[in-house]
Design a protein around this ligand. Structure first.
Ligand code: TXA
Ligand code: MG
Length: 318
């Protein structure tokens, strides 16, 4: 893939460093920042291109959904529905190492790529003071997976981040080592609480708050094999891949220099195509039932993740 050549800024944990990091996030580029669990690789969660760059920088072959980081519980209402038991748990454990998977607010401002097209969104309010300061100053919700290249272990120091991603991200905000060192605990809420990933908040603490044992999702593969989750969303229309042109009854989701109903990237830019992918699939779905033909997308760089997602959308279903 065409990699962006960057000089990664190593920002200090002072007012200037935080201000610079916040500005870069608002500008739509990538900043790694410390949380109490691990370092995250942050991007403006409302900016499709910024979110697509996360997958590019990590070299992820799948679009798995990302956690959205917010400075406070009050900010959640813009993006997701926080009610009932989820609200109680948020009050009990935020800020802290707990991620809640909540119903996505319809027509909210988040990039569809953040949720990988799912109707839910994972939200977390980190406790780390630098993360708090950065999120408050940035003023945008920040999507952030762990700041490691795909398939490598999560970073707990700024040096780990640089070892894996130097030259691929704009900056890292150095807050020293993370206290917790393992990722947040992830809890699904609908229809009832279920542990999706054990993590920094002990299960016992959740069970005490819930007043009983917590269900554990048995198809844990969905979490350990990123991307599996995305198979939950496919357009209602049939999808035909590697189409040079649309047949008379089809609509064309184009890529590159083709005459299409919607074009992922007329110039053939894979970052732009990834940024548009989920939004365009949703639009085609909303616009009708005619089958969707999709132009060939090169199978390198972000194109691998795009093709992985398209193959799921095109897979036979019953
Ligand atoms: O501690 C953490 O959680 C760190 C810091 C940076 O916040 N982040 C982190 O992100 O571990 P990541 O991308 O490495 O893991 C996020 C997990 C993935 O396994 C993903 O499948 C799951 O969260 N996830 C995200 N959105 C989801 C959703 N809507 N439904 C179910 N699982 C979701
Ligand atoms: Mg990770």
């Amino acid at each position: 893939m065409v990699e962006r050549e960057l000089k990664t800024e190593h920002l200090k944990a002072d007012a200037d460093g935080i201000a610079r990091a916040a500005q870069l996030l608002r500008d739509g580029v990538l900043v790694s920042f410390p949380t109490e669990t691990v370092y995250g690789l942050g991007a403006d969660a409302t900016n499709d291109t910024a979110v697509a760059r996360i997958f590019e920088a990590k070299g992820r072959p799948h679009f798995n959904p990302l956690i959205v980081h917010l400075p406070s519980l009050d900010a959640v209402a813009h993006y997701a529905d926080l009610t009932g038991v989820a609200r109680d748990l948020a009050h009990a454990f935020w800020p802290g190492p707990l991620t809640l998977v909540l119903p996505l607010k319809s027509n909210g401002p988040l990039s569809a790529l953040v949720s990988a097209g799912l109707p839910t969104v994972a939200i977390r309010v980190p406790a780390h003071p630098l993360a708090q300061a950065l999120l408050t100053q940035a003023g945008v919700p920040v999507a952030a997976p762990s700041a490691n290249p795909s398939g490598r272990i999560s970073p707990s120091t700024a040096q780990h981040v640089l070892d894996g991603l130097s030259g691929r991200i704009e900056a890292v905000l150095d807050g020293g080592p993370c206290d917790v060192g393992v990722e947040s605990t992830i809890l699904g809420i609908e229809p009832s609480p279920v542990l999706l990933r054990p993590g920094g908040l002990p299960v016992e603490a959740l069970e005490a708050a819930l007043g009983g044992p917590l269900a554990i999702r048995d198809d844990g593969a969905a979490i350990s094999a990123p991307g599996q989750l995305t198979s939950h969303y496919a357009p209602a229309a049939r999808v035909r891949l590697n189409a040079e042109a649309a047949r008379p009854d089809e609509r064309l989701l184009g890529f590159g220099d083709v005459d299409a109903d919607l074009n992922l990237s007329p110039s053939g830019d894979l970052v732009e195509a990834a940024a548009n992918l989920f939004g365009y699939l949703h639009r085609l779905d909303a616009d009708g039932e005619a089958p969707i033909a999709v132009s060939p997308v090169p199978d390198h760089g972000l194109g691998r993740a795009i093709n992985d997602r398209l193959q799921r959308a095109a897979a036979p279903r019953d």
